[in-house]
Design a protein around this ligand. Structure first.
Ligand SMILES: [Zn+2]
Length: 178
């Protein structure tokens, strides 16, 4: 799955170069978010883009269109790392080859691959059953003082932090979040 992700990331990487008159090389990039304006806002305010070359490292933010840009670059091999406080994994695009006076455009699919994005819904990936599966609930849980055990049976507390890559279900048999 990991391999597939990097492969699709690589094919999604759009490289367009054109000649300019004597200017240094440049990388223009954009994060391609799945949808929704509120999500865009979150990404804009929590994302850092790090460019690493043979002898340099530059850091920038994304603008309101989720674009970023690195200019005055020399030719060579670069990698771009997208870092955010909202997802566990960084997205890294490696082996960007920049020629002299070249401008490269990079599109990065975002958010990155999430291990909890399963398509089987409520079916546990270990026992392949759903009879012991309960929903994971985030935020403050309100317990019924009359029957606290009953409430605990029906929900599994996922804590207060929602990261954008969170499990939806919990299998009580296998003690597995998915
Ligand atoms: Zn199970």
């Amino acid at each position: 799955m990991q391999k597939l992700f990097f492969l699709s990331l690589f094919t999604a990487l759009l490289l367009v170069g054109y000649k300019s008159n004597g200017q240094a090389s440049k990388i223009n990039g954009r994060l391609k978010v799945e949808n929704k304006i509120d999500k865009k806002n979150i990404v804009e305010n929590s994302t850092m883009v790090i460019l690493t070359g043979d002898s340099i490292q530059k850091v920038t933010n994304v603008d309101e269109n989720l674009c970023f840009s690195f200019d005055s670059l020399t030719s060579g091999k670069y990698s771009i790392q997208v870092k955010t406080i909202f997802y566990y994994q960084d997205t890294i695009v490696r082996n960007i080859v920049l020629k002299i006076d070249e401008v490269i455009k990079v599109k990065i699919p975002y958010p990155p691959f999430c291990i909890y994005r399963n398509k089987k819904g409520k079916v546990c990936p270990i026992c392949h059953k759903e009879d012991e599966v309960i929903p994971v609930v985030y935020g403050l849980l309100v317990f019924d003082p009359e029957a606290p055990e009953k409430d605990e049976e029906e929900f599994y507390s996922g804590g207060c932090m929602v990261t954008g890559c969170d499990p939806k279900w919990y299998c009580k048999r296998d003690k597995k979040e998915f």
